[in-house]
Design a protein. Structure first.
Length: 158
């Protein structure tokens, strides 16, 4: 498994200035993941961001969470093959904290924070390639010393 780091939010700090870092373990290289993602975007018509803008015609894709306070998209915007897989896996109004997103009866998919968009993106890649697997890491997964959310030592040195 390889660890990748994803920056979610205003990475250029020229807008609202909020950004989170999400770390994910994946069973492929970063180059393979980029290729998978590009293929998913072209086939599903759902664009999470990150690709060279020249390769994406804005009118051809539903851009997910691309504008300020934009935290949803409608399931009808997904390409049919992906929409069928999505609807089979995620029941309407069946919120699952594990994924960080949920779907209303009107077909709007609401994404809750950075964890939710990364989870959704990884699920779309998994729909495309069933051999793909991932695990979004908790901050605590990387802490060496304690479960209180810090990994500091040497408090008395300063």
């Amino acid at each position: 498994m390889n660890k990748i780091v994803m920056k979610i939010g205003d990475y250029s700090n020229d807008g609202h200035g909020r950004m989170e870092t999400i770390k994910v373990l994946v069973n492929c290289t970063i180059q393979e993941l980029r290729k998978l993602y590009e293929e998913v975007v072209k086939e599903s018509k759902i664009y999470f961001g990150g690709l060279e803008r020249e390769s994406i015609e804005d009118s051809d894709y539903n851009q997910v969470c691309n504008n300020y306070e934009d935290s949803f998209f409608n399931v009808e915007a997904i390409g049919k093959n992906y929409r069928d897989k999505f609807l089979k896996k995620f029941d309407k109004e069946d919120y699952d904290e594990y994924y960080g997103f949920y779907m209303e009866s009107d077909g709007d998919v609401y994404i809750e924070g950075a964890y939710g968009i990364v989870s959704l993106m990884m699920e779309f890649i998994k729909f495309y390639n069933s051999n793909f697997s991932y695990k979004i890491l908790d901050e605590d997964d990387e802490l060496i010393f304690n479960p209180w959310g810090t990994d500091f030592i040497g408090y008395g040195l300063f």
